[in-house]
Write a protein that binds this ligand. Structure first.
Ligand SMILES: [Zn+2]
Length: 272
């Protein structure tokens, strides 16, 4: 995909793998090395490897993942039935993939979106290194061109305490993603299904209201506190015998009290 990316510096460009001299066309950013056939990406600052992740999740399976997530516990009840799907698109989305050695000499992978996306959660995706494959030109028509330069990624890493010399590898990875827009309660939301794992990502979604659950929790805590004071009262009234009666009353009341608490919790979870 050749987009309106600024012209590359006139300095010579070398392959990230074999060091061979590359001759990109004007504006060309995705390139295959003519000597070693590596796929590389020409960032303004550097030539880096260019990988992709194979899409193994078919559109129907991705849709099914989305529905399972909508029907799940995180989202508002019956979202799978109440939400209206507005659009579904498939694309290869670019992320910066950086490996860095931390102080314990352990390697850690960092991901950052390399183009604008409302789903920043994408950075929490785990990419098994063995799944990375050479980016092929055949993906160009579905690939989003990076708009975030590599130095911006390096700056993010520096902000997280990862210095430049700790970085052992920097690459551009195009991830297969299904993007869905859906409407619920007069608002439009975006959810993403990653096409290699089927995992659902969404930053903002109609969530279950938590306040009613906190209320039930507070109510039951208060109730059990009061009930647990009964043996003390019994003890105050009649020492050992009073304590025994108090304990018995406490047990009975606790069991009885548990019924409305569970009923209330069940009622709320059927509504929220
Ligand atoms: Zn090469």
């Amino acid at each position: 995909m050749t987009t309106a990316s600024p012209a590359l510096p006139s300095t010579e460009v070398h392959c990230a793998q074999c060091g061979g001299l590359l001759h990109p066309d004007e504006g060309q950013i995705f390139l295959t090395c003519p000597y070693c056939s590596s796929s590389v990406y020409l960032d303004k600052s550097k030539v880096v490897f260019h990988w992709s992740l194979a899409c193994t999740v078919a559109p129907e399976a991705a849709r099914a993942s989305l529905h399972r997530w909508m029907a799940g516990n995180q989202t508002v009840k019956d979202l799978d039935r109440k939400a209206k799907l507005v659009s579904a698109t498939f694309q290869y989305f670019p992320v910066w993939y950086c490996k860095a050695r931390n102080t314990a000499a352990k390697e850690q992978v960092y991901l950052e979106p390399a183009a604008a996306i409302s789903i920043s959660e994408i950075k929490s995706l785990a990419i098994p290194a063995g799944d990375l494959q050479k980016y092929e030109a055949g993906l160009d028509s579905q690939a989003v061109a990076p708009s975030v330069p590599l130095p911006a990624m390096l700056q993010w890493l520096a902000g997280r305490g990862v210095a430049g010399e700790q970085i052992t590898e920097a690459a551009l990875v195009h991830l297969p993603v299904y993007l869905y827009k859906y409407e619920f309660g007069g608002k439009t939301y975006t959810a993403m299904v990653e096409g290699a794992s089927g995992k659902v990502f969404a930053n903002i979604f109609p969530a279950k209201a938590e306040a009613p659950y906190f209320l039930v929790a507070a109510f039951s805590l208060l109730g059990f506190l009061v009930i647990s004071a009964i043996p003390l009262i019994g003890y105050a009234l009649g020492e050992t015998a009073g304590l025994a009666v108090g304990l018995l009353v406490m047990l009975v009341l606790a069991v009885i009290f548990a019924v409305p608490v569970f009923a209330l919790a069940a009622y709320i979870s059927s509504k929220v």
